[in-house]
Design a binder for this molecule. Sequence first.
Ligand code: HEM
Length: 368
Amino acid sequence: MSKEKIHPPQYYQDYLGLEKILKSQHLISEEYGKPAHDEMLFIIIHQIYELWFKQILFELDSVLEIFSKEDIQESHIGTAVSRLDRVIEIQKILIDQIHVLETMTPMDFLDFRDFLIPASGFQSVQFRLIENKLGLSKEDRYSYSGTDYHAHLKEPEQAKVLASESTPSLFNVVEKWLERTPFLNWGVTSFWNEYEQAVAGMLDDDRQVIKTNKKLSKTEKEKHLMEYENTEASFGVVLSVKEHNKLVQEGKWRLSHKATKAALLILLYRDQPILYNPYHLLTKLVDVDELFTTWRYRHALMVSRMIGRKIGTGGSTGSEYLNKTAEKHRIFRDFSELTTFLIPRSALPQLPQEVENNLGFFYHVQGN
Ligand code: HEM
């Protein structure tokens, strides 16, 4: 007979810690002798958000751990993709539940709003940790009247948030992983040489189409060709390291040139089995980024309806501040903008046989 450990029976309420959770709604309006019915919803919805933030952080930490290794197995990338998928589904709920909050009218909110000052979502430590772990950089943060976002936090939370600024973020580790991609070197040639030639060929063909278009007058052709220079210039930015670095210095691009090349290779050759998971990973990062932006805009709209142009309980300019953060606080914008540099499948350089053979289901990075 096997000697398996006997587990004591669990009681639902104890296992879930419900005693504590369900006793954690203290209506401040009641405390001041002016009970406001809607304050219960206001507290519960914030608590639900914080629980989901906890789950998001749990998933992000595991993805960060996967990418903190130098040598990442293909199956682990699959795991990272499914964890990010979970984050994405949670984010959809976060956006959706704003509807529940909106059943509280602006007048209902005014019944207890002033009791909250200066508390605000501004002080959500977990929200700041999510931003930092994803990779929102200090430089990219919008601050109203020069106030640091962490100035609103008490110790020890402030120190915790500050520490998260200097630990590698998801953006950092994915960038490093991309820089290690071994598929850029094609033996006698390289992906980049071939891509450059394919782009030049494609741009030439397009110019030819304009020049030989019998339906266009001479002046129209000249106008079209001049406009086409913008398209050529945009490719120049990714093809030239100098132009790329200039953009990085101006804060218009963040991903290193080497990582940009690898990400482009993944997007272009995503039909290759080994690139399937990397392609999905890049897509999921864009999804996570977009859904946070969507939440930010949705929250800003709700706030503008709830308090108009009043300042926030945290003291910011309210919906104006929130709209600015929605516009500015993007982390994986470069990944979505890479589509600018895609070329049609028909113009894609043929992969050398050896490289194609190497695109097996497991690879071991030996430096490139
Ligand atoms: C009546 C409902 C709400 C109103 C009127 C409101 C209003 C505001 C305002 C005005 C700000 C800007 C900071 C300030 O000056 O206070 C803010 C920030 C924030 N709120 Fe809300 N909020 C509401 C509900 C929520 C909920 C349910 C959450 C969920 C956790 C939330 C999360 C946040 C976060 C994370 C920030 C910081 C955003 C950033 O700095 O980018 N808010 N809120």
